[in-house]
Design a protein. Structure first.
Length: 281
């Protein structure tokens, strides 16, 4: 019973897709074009500038082939602490002094500080609507972060691995992503609409197989006769012509008007006939 219900559902789903394939494809293409237009011409473009820094548990800058696992674990914990320290109000207030047209809350929303793959590498990213502003804020923030790190930790060091660069292209919105999302939304929404219409429609179509859909055998069919304007009758998808003479109403004969002269001529003719009969008698 469960397998039958599942096959019924799959059959209905496939029927909806097959019967409305062109409208669904058209809706999907239109939605994809809308997503493309939104990403290109409507949504403001955002630019991100990034810098990476490495945090060490020791201030020894000499290179050594011997790795201390304890120092690495300690450096990773320091990275987690730096994510919080570098976004405090004190650091952001100093940053705001150089960019007074932004509030502290706005600067906090622009900045993302995170560890790279749970390592001792720290990534600082700044996203704004202006690529030059993104680079300037990221550069200033790395300077403040280094000074703040030295004031918090007596031991340890932080070094810049890559300087912030001027972004050449925007990071948001993504044109391919918006186009694909629009295409997907158009497909799903249009298909659901046609599916609902199909499920709400309780009419039995001539091509419906009631035995496969509902498991009910069909014993008889009642034709729906419709008389057309041309004098033919049809049922379902077939039409049969009938005689037009039997369908068309016969014209009604109206009594013709009789003039006085015709009546007098008729009466004179009757009198002549009567005179002849008398002479013969």
């Amino acid at each position: 019973m469960e397998e039958n219900e599942q096959s019924i559902d799959l059959r209905v789903l496939w029927k909806v897709l097959k019967d409305h394939l062109l409208p669904i494809a058209a809706c999907a293409i239109i939605a994809a074009v809308v997503g493309l237009v939104l990403s290109v011409a409507v949504i403001p473009k955002q630019y991100a500038s990034e810098a990476t820094m490495v945090v060490k548990n020791t201030d020894d800058t000499s290179t050594s082939t011997l790795l201390n696992i304890n120092d690495i674990n300690a450096a990773q914990k320091m990275v987690a602490t730096c994510q919080v320290v570098f976004t405090t109000n004190q650091v952001l207030s100093e940053l705001q002094s150089s960019f007074s047209n932004y509030s502290i809350s706005e600067l906090r929303d622009m900045i993302v500080i995170e560890a790279v793959n749970n390592t001792e590498i720290l990534r600082v990213s700044v996203t704004t609507l202006d690529p030059q502003v993104s680079k300037d804020i990221a550069t200033k923030l790395t300077e403040l972060a280094i000074n703040k790190f030295k004031s918090v930790y007596d031991n340890g060091s932080i070094q810049i691995v890559s300087e912030p660069e001027l972004p050449e292209s925007h990071t948001f919105p993504s044109v391919p992503m918006f186009t694909l999302v629009g295409l997907f939304i158009g497909l799903v929404v249009s298909y659901i609409v046609f599916l609902v219409i199909e499920m709400v429609d309780v009419k039995v179509k001539p091509d419906d197989d009631l035995m496969q859909l509902y498991g009910i055998p069909v014993f008889a069919e009642i034709m729906n006769f419709e008389i057309s304007d041309k004098g033919s009758y049809k049922y379902n998808y077939y039409s049969h012509s009938s005689s037009e003479s039997s369908q068309k109403p016969k014209p009604k004969t109206e009594p013709s008007a009789v003039t006085t002269e015709e009546k007098l001529s008729d009466s004179s003719a009757v009198d002549k006939v009567g005179d002849k009969r008398k002479e013969n008698a």
